[in-house]
Design a protein around this ligand. Structure first.
Ligand code: GTP
Ligand code: MG
Length: 202
């Protein structure tokens, strides 16, 4: 298996307090409920690693997990809330932006987007901000096992992916790589890990 070890290292309130060992890192972001914890646990084959750093309340922290002792998976606060999907405000704190703009060891942001629904403005806005700030992004579509019935207005994940990509054209110089995944079936898991390895060793 591609992941041999995974351990929670620390939670940091700001970029300047993140680990300083210089290991390359990949930061996960996405809307609340997008499937972030499920993806982390699927990637590392553990049921509850992502819970390790969970804190009650609204504390916003940057959580570092060290994988195979040579790279970090970083869990960042999400944005938006499932209960108010129409409140399309990218409510990242300044500290999250500070992390994106100043973290030298950040190889790529892994932006999680629900692949089972048509693009949401809040996700497009988030991708747009990253693109305009020249931050490397990989789009990871989640829940690609899910497909709503066509008679209920549902579409295949591939259509949602195409739509998302099309709507992002003006935000990036080069359209970002994307991977379709499902934590339920394991789809895309190895592809994502191989993608990470490629970017890391480049
Ligand atoms: P918060 O931490 O609450 O913001 O959510 P999260 O982004 O960590 O999402 P989480 O992993 O907790 O998953 C949210 C819901 O989506 C849960 O009910 C999961 O079971 C479901 N879910 C996550 N990934 C998948 C997937 O690949 N397929 C399907 N069908 N459901 C998924
Ligand atoms: Mg979670």
């Amino acid at each position: 298996h591609l992941v041999k070890s995974a351990e929670f290292i620390k939670s940091s309130p700001k970029e300047s307090e993140c680990p300083k060992d210089g290991l390359p890192e990949f930061a996960l972001v996405g809307r609340s409920n997008v499937g972030k914890s499920s993806l982390i646990n699927a990637l590392v084959n553990r049921k509850e690693l992502a819970q390790t750093s969970k804190r009650p309340g609204k504390t916003q922290l940057i959580n570092h997990f060290r994988i195979n002792n040579n790279w970090y998976l970083v869990d960042l606060p999400g944005y938006g809330y499932a209960k108010a999907p129409t409140a399309v405000r990218t409510d990242w704190n300044e500290f999250t932006k500070d992390y994106f703009l100043h973290r030298k060891t950040l190889v790529s942001v892994l932006l999680l987007v629900d692949g089972s629904i048509p693009p949401l403005k809040i996700d497009l806005d988030c991708a747009d901000w990253l693109g305009r700030n020249k931050i490397p992004v990989t789009i990871v579509f989640t829940k690609c096992d899910r497909r709503k019935k066509r008679k209920n207005g549902g579409r295949a994940p591939a259509e949602n992916v195409r739509d998302f990509e099309k709507q992002l054209q003006d935000s990036f110089d080069q359209s970002p790589p994307w991977i379709m995944t499902s934590s339920a079936t394991g789809q895309g898991k190895d592809e994502l890990l191989q993608h990470i390895t490629r970017l890391r060793d480049y």
